[in-house]
Design a protein around this ligand. Structure first.
Ligand code: GLP
Length: 263
């Protein structure tokens, strides 16, 4: 696992954008795994700004999958993750709707939603670079504590804490759906490169548990320790509980130029 402790959230976004652009330049038909939530927003804004300025790569052949979706929100509801990712990134990069796929949260099709989504990811050849945020309770996508470390895309029930964390996007916590369809931890582990972004003090404890704690279903994000290629990019506050912070800094500062994006 590569842990990159930076100072500011803007630097986190800029480095994540560098990694995406580097991938898309090398692999024009890249498959991106996109996360919603606040954590990747600066990276998305940076990608859009560079694209508008004509400095980004071509996204003409890029495809994308999202991580998770609420159950029961009407299609096109602005709070759905499918609508959110379009508004926050993919529309501005010029990715048409048919090249951006998310789990289907329509209650009518729930029993087969996981399997259908997994098939779509497989047919696309899998995800090259998967954006991830982390919940304050260590959840990854919507895999709450207790999720099987080898779980597949399926329906899950949100914890009260996650619904409270996400209530800011709704009028009240009672409006936050209780159920979701989320990529499983085993599904996420199949992406070729995982990119976890975290900023702010509220994430510090969960980040330390995920990176330095035991691998345990009690902290779903600790499953990242099992993946051969993970990059964790943090601002100073999110990195503040890491025991080996000085070591991570030393490793990153000494990273050879040929291993950096754009090399
Ligand atoms: C949500 C999402 C996750 C996200 C996490 C953190 O519940 N399902 O994909 O990573 O919570 O959200 P944020 O980045 O807004 O802190």
């Amino acid at each position: 696992m590569e842990v990159v402790p930076l100072c500011h959230a803007d630097e986190v976004g800029a480095l994540a954008a560098d990694l995406v652009e580097d991938l898309v330049r090398r692999t024009p038909r890249a498959v991106l795994g996109l996360a919603t939530g606040s954590s990747p927003l600066r990276a998305y804004q940076e990608l859009i700004a560079r694209h508008r300025a004509g400095r980004g790569p071509s996204y003409d052949e890029v495809r994308a999958f999202t991580l998770d979706e609420y159950v029961g929100l009407p299609a096109g509801d602005p709070r759905s993750y499918r609508a959110t990712i379009a508004a926050e990134l993919t529309d501005d990069l010029g990715l048409p709707a048919e090249r951006v796929v998310g789990p289907d949260g329509d209650p009518a099709g729930l029993p087969s939603a996981g399997e259908r989504f997994e098939r779509q990811v497989r047919d696309a050849g899998g995800v090259d670079l998967q954006f991830l945020g982390i919940g304050t309770d260590g959840h990854l996508a919507f895999n709450e504590p207790g999720s099987s470390l080898s779980s597949r895309t399926r329906v899950k029930t949100l914890t009260r804490r996650t619904r409270e964390d996400n209530a800011r996007f709704f009028d009240s916590v009672d409006e936050v759906p209780r159920h979701v369809v989320t990529q499983g931890l085993g599904t996420i582990l199949e992406a070729r490169h995982l990119l976890l972004l975290a900023t702010g003090e509220a994430k510090a404890e969960a980040v330390a548990a995920a990176v330095e704690g035991p691998v345990s279903a009690s902290c779903p994000a600790s499953v990242l320790q099992l993946h051969p290629r993970v990059t964790v990019i943090l601002d100073a506050a999110a990195a503040s509980h890491l025991r080996a912070l000085d070591y991570y800094r030393e490793v990153y500062e000494g990273k050879p130029a040929w291993q950096r994006p754009g090399a």
